[in-house]
Design a protein around this ligand. Structure first.
Ligand SMILES: *[C@@H]1O[C@H](CO)[C@@H](O)[C@H](O)[C@H]1NC(C)=O
Length: 353
């Protein structure tokens, strides 16, 4: 596994700016991104592989391409956060109800960020800290768990909320977090859209006709659409707010349907787990299930376990995020839509007529 390069480099514009493609348009050539703050679930996880349950190193790869030093996890209390911090927690959701008690939810990740921000002010002084915070990149990759365990796997939630109501509630909470981060000085945001959740081996197996589980895909599409609308609105409402969104949904669906086009030979079955599609979440053994199967070569698979793509998929994804607009990028820059579109405003601050 590649070691992260750990020298401190200030990055020149387009290196990191390519990550958020529209920044190249907005940014002055002197613009630098020196810090990277990561919020999310297992796909945002970081650092040593030991002790984490996903090999999802999207953020790790990006930091590596950016030649940023290893971004410390926030639980490392004595760490230096001047290049950013990773607040992500495997299994976490946007709603506190999601996997309650076993994860650090997004509102808590946000509180942890506020604590880090305080230490930055103490260390660097108000002016320099403010600069760092506004130049930093805020990468947010979260939400799958709210729809999988939090909704599809939770009959009580399904009783309480219609799917569309649930989606607006989750998006409403995400919007609040974005707004709070903005109020604290954050300006540059990057989002990883949700995967085609119904095609995850753990959900696919619930479909009697063997295809992707339509409910899962529909929820992911609804949420991705809703986020897109919110981001367009925020761009109009919040001065200096810049973002880039990605189309991870189509990107991953394409690899699931056409694995051989991308150098994989299995787009359906998980490499590690038990049962049909390797769906049962037993990779590494659990308290109850000691036995699990492991494929010969994870690199051949799109899916690592019932819920996570393989490291190779994460690497391909990070490369495309990094390389930005060249070819069929999975980033969708906000600047391409901002001229043509009148903003729809679900979070409008003024009452609608
Ligand atoms: C955030 O989620 C809670 C449930 O955890 C819900 O009651 C609340 O209405 C949501 N907030 C917004 C702004 O949608």
């Amino acid at each position: 596994m590649a070691k992260l390069i750990s020298h401190k480099t200030l990055l020149s514009t387009c290196l990191v700016l390519m990550l958020l493609t529209n920044f190249c348009k907005f940014g002055a050539s002197s613009e630098k991104i020196t810090a990277f703050f990561i919020f999310g679930d297992s796909t945002g996880f970081f650092g040593e592989p030991t002790g984490r349950f996903s090999d999802g190193r999207v953020a790790d790869f990006i930091a590596e391409y950016a030649k940023l030093p290893l971004i410390p996890r926030v639980l490392e209390a004595s760490a230096d956060f001047t290049n950013g911090a990773n607040f992500a927690s495997g299994g976490a959701g946007i709603l506190p109800e999601t996997n309650k008690g076993t994860v650090i939810d997004l509102p808590t990740q946000r509180k942890n960020y506020e604590a880090v921000q305080k230490t930055l002010v103490e260390k660097l002084g108000e002016i320099r800290a403010k600069e760092l915070i506004s130049e930093a990149l805020y990468f947010i990759s979260i939400g799958s768990n709210d729809y999988m365990g939090g909704y599809l796997g939770n009959p009580r939630m399904q009783e309480l909320y219609l799917p569309e109501t649930y989606v607006s509630m989750v998006i409403g909470n995400l919007t609040q977090t974005i707004q709070v981060l903005y109020e604290k000085g954050a300006r540059k945001f990057g989002f990883l859209s949700l995967a085609p959740l119904g095609c995850l081996p753990g959900l696919r197996v619930l479909n009697p006709s063997e295809g992707c589980l339509e409910e899962g895909c529909r929820l992911a599409r609804a949420r991705n659409k809703a986020l897109k609308v919110v981001l367009t609105s925020l761009e109009y409402i919040l001065k200096g707010f810049k973002y880039s969104n990605s189309n991870f949904y189509e990107w991953l669906k394409d690899r699931t349907n056409n694995p051989s086009k991308y150098g994989f030979n299995d787009g359906v079955n998980a490499c590690c787990g038990t049962g049909p599609y390797g769906r049962v979440y037993t990779c590494g053994g659990t308290k109850k299930v000691k036995d699990y199967q492991l494929c010969d070569n994870a690199e051949d698979h799109v899916w690592w376990d019932s819920f996570h793509p393989t490291e190779r998929i994460h690497e391909q994804c990070a490369k495309e995020l990094w390389n930005g607009p060249s070819g069929r990028t999975i980033w969708k820059s906000s600047s391409s839509t901002r001229k043509r579109r009148t903003p729809l405003s679900p979070i409008s601050l003024t009452p609608q007529k």
